[in-house]
Design a protein around this ligand. Structure first.
Ligand SMILES: [Fe+2]
Ligand SMILES: [Fe+2]
Length: 266
């Protein structure tokens, strides 16, 4: 059964710097150590690949991407990189020259798994915090969907969904209606939409398609529905998603990898 990890919103600063009092590289090291211990080759649940769903660097710093490359080299499976609003495409591609991009320089990719076609979308609008999918990116998606068949696992940094916290909802995917127009004929094939950006564990549906979002590796967004203009930050524990998928089933586990509470037989 194809099994993969979703890591999101690493917000890596220049190496050595802290962000909101946290060391994002230490968080990344801890996540990688946990993944290797639980999901390495020969484990009970080995992983086939990872997707890093955007906001990899906090300010698009080239040194942050280079330091990320050193860390990801420890993983015995491929990592697929996506951009978020905090990222810089050029700096990312300089550190990860094998990353695929499409016409216009957008970092989009698709690959086949036994659970379906994985499609990674680029929702970055440089200089803005909200997400966009321009005509070129949507046309690429339309072509990708039309020439493939079977289930689709769609990844995009910015969710098309409003989660109810006004400040972050204003920064969701701006052209969600256009995306829905492209996905419309293929909705029955879309098994799941994996998002980042909101720094919260959220599951639900968008026009009948299942979606989820995960916490970041560092700072999080508090569950504060009074936040209309401010972004209520908090230091809830980080997590990564462990996904097991087949053509018929898809299960998303959110794992708080820093939790050290005791385990025992129930
Ligand atoms: Fe983020
Ligand atoms: Fe973001």
């Amino acid at each position: 059964m194809p099994t993969f990890i979703q890591l999101s919103d690493l917000h890596l600063p220049e190496p050595g710097a802290l962000l909101y009092g946290l060391d994002p590289f230490a968080r990344l090291d801890a996540a990688i150590a946990d993944i290797l211990a639980r999901h390495g080759p020969g484990s009970a649940c080995p992983v086939d690949f990872a997707v890093l769903s955007g906001d990899l660097a906090d300010r698009g710093d080239p040194a942050a991407y280079r330091a990320l490359a050193v860390r990801l080299a420890r993983l015995p499976f491929p990592s697929h990189l996506m951009v978020g609003n905090h990222d810089d495409r050029g700096a990312l591609l300089a550190a990860f020259p094998a990353t695929k991009s499409i016409a216009g320089g957008f970092i989009q990719d698709a690959f086949q798994t036994d659970a379906g076609r994985v499609i990674l979308l680029d929702t970055l609008c440089p200089g803005a915090a909200h997400g966009e999918l321009c005509a070129g990116r949507l046309a690429w998606l339309d072509t990708e969907l039309s020439r493939s068949s079977g289930p689709v696992l769609l990844f995009m940094h910015h969710p098309p969904v409003a989660i109810g916290i006004a400040s972050i909802d204003r920064l969701r995917l701006a052209d969600a209606a256009a995306l829905l127009g492209v996905l419309g004929p293929y909705k029955a094939r879309v098994r799941h939409i994996f998002c980042g950006h909101v720094h919260r564990p959220v599951f639900g549906q968008w026009h009948g398609m299942n979606f989820s979002a995960v916490r970041g590796l560092g700072h999080q967004l508090a569950l504060d529905f009074t936040a209309t203009s401010n972004f209520p930050g908090c230091l809830e524990p980080p997590c990564y998603a462990l996904v097991r998928a087949s053509e018929a089933e898809l299960v998303v586990h959110l794992h708080d990898f820093l939790d050290r509470s005791a385990t025992f037989n129930l």
